[in-house]
Ligand binder design. Structure first.
Ligand SMILES: Nc1ncnc2c1ncn2[C@@H]1O[C@H](COP(=O)(O)OP(=O)(O)OP(=O)(O)O)[C@@H](O)[C@H]1O
Ligand SMILES: [Mg+2]
Length: 258
């Protein structure tokens, strides 16, 4: 397992994410377990693994152990929680977020955009704000898009078991989804992505949830609830939502293009 070598800085945002260099020579954005945000790290982990299966552009991530003697030397880390594992996401340098661009003429990985939108609906991610995509300019006004920050899937960073039964089933208000939908070239991509989500092996979903570190405090019932929610949303809710997204998000943006 990679070891932390140099503390770089605290990143902006409510998660208190920290930029740390590791023994592989790379920088990672590390999120610690925080009281009041008990589901942030389990959410990040599950979202990351599901996104990887779906082939979505999410920065490479892993569970890491930051030894106590490393954290205690950094005032910003000394105050963080002391779980064995933290969530580390490979830092993608030289990106801007969607607030910081005025002219996007092309998204290079546009084939992933329908998948990202359905992923957010499947996992009930209400936090796809303009800050939670990263854009890397490859050519003038032409960007590679990455998704980050899945601390608020299942509706929030501190959901409880019964919240899972009451997750929203309607259209999410997201300017970022609209921005992404502009660059989707064919509405068939939504149904293709639905198929991919619906055929993901149940065993794999169960394994991903089972791998949540014990010291993040997710109970067996809550883990079961996560799996059940994923299975029932993909079967019962997502097909209807796909039609709604096509009708109320995708088509209004594309109807004048003939
Ligand atoms: N893999 C990454 N590569 C580059 N920058 C990143 C990465 N992950 C996070 N960041 C930067 O760190 C900031 C905080 O990360 P993130 O959005 O995951 O957590 P947050 O604190 O919950 O944010 P928010 O305030 O949106 O809730 C991001 O806005 C982004 O600028
Ligand atoms: Mg964020």
């Amino acid at each position: 397992m990679i070891q932390p070598t140099v503390y770089q800085k605290k990143l902006e945002g409510k998660s208190n994410a920290h930029l740390i260099t590791f023994s592989d020579g790379k920088d990672y954005v590390v999120k610690y377990f925080q009281p009041g945000f008990e589901k942030s790290l389990p959410n990040e982990w599950v979202a990351y693994c599901l996104a990887r299966y779906l082939g979505l552009p999410i920065p490479y991530a892993q569970l890491v152990e930051i030894p106590q003697d490393f954290s205690s030397q950094v005032p910003e880390l000394a105050q963080m929680g002391h779980t064995n594992f933290q969530f580390a996401s490979l830092y993608v340098p030289d990106c801007v977020d969607a607030h910081q661009v005025s002219n996007v003429s092309k998204i290079i990985n546009h084939q992933s955009l329908a998948g990202i939108i359905l992923f957010d609906y499947w996992l009930c991610n209400g936090d796809r704000t303009r800050k939670n995509i990263l854009l890397h300019e490859e050519n003038l006004n032409s960007y590679q898009l990455w998704v980050i920050d899945h601390a608020e899937i299942f509706g929030s960073y501190n959901w409880l078991q019964h919240d899972l039964e009451m997750l929203p089933i309607g259209i999410l208000k997201s300017a970022t989804h609209k921005l992404m939908a502009l660059f989707i070239e064919d509405e068939k991509q939504f149904t293709e992505q639905l198929e991919l989500i619906q055929t993901m092996p149940i065993l794999l979903i169960e394994e991903i949830v089972a791998l949540i570190p014990d010291d993040w405090g997710v109970s067996m019932e809550e883990k079961k609830g996560m799996v059940t929610t994923l299975l029932s949303r993909r079967k019962n809710i997502l097909p209807k939502l796909v039609q709604k997204v096509i009708q109320s998000v995708y088509r209004p943006l594309h109807q004048n293009q003939g």
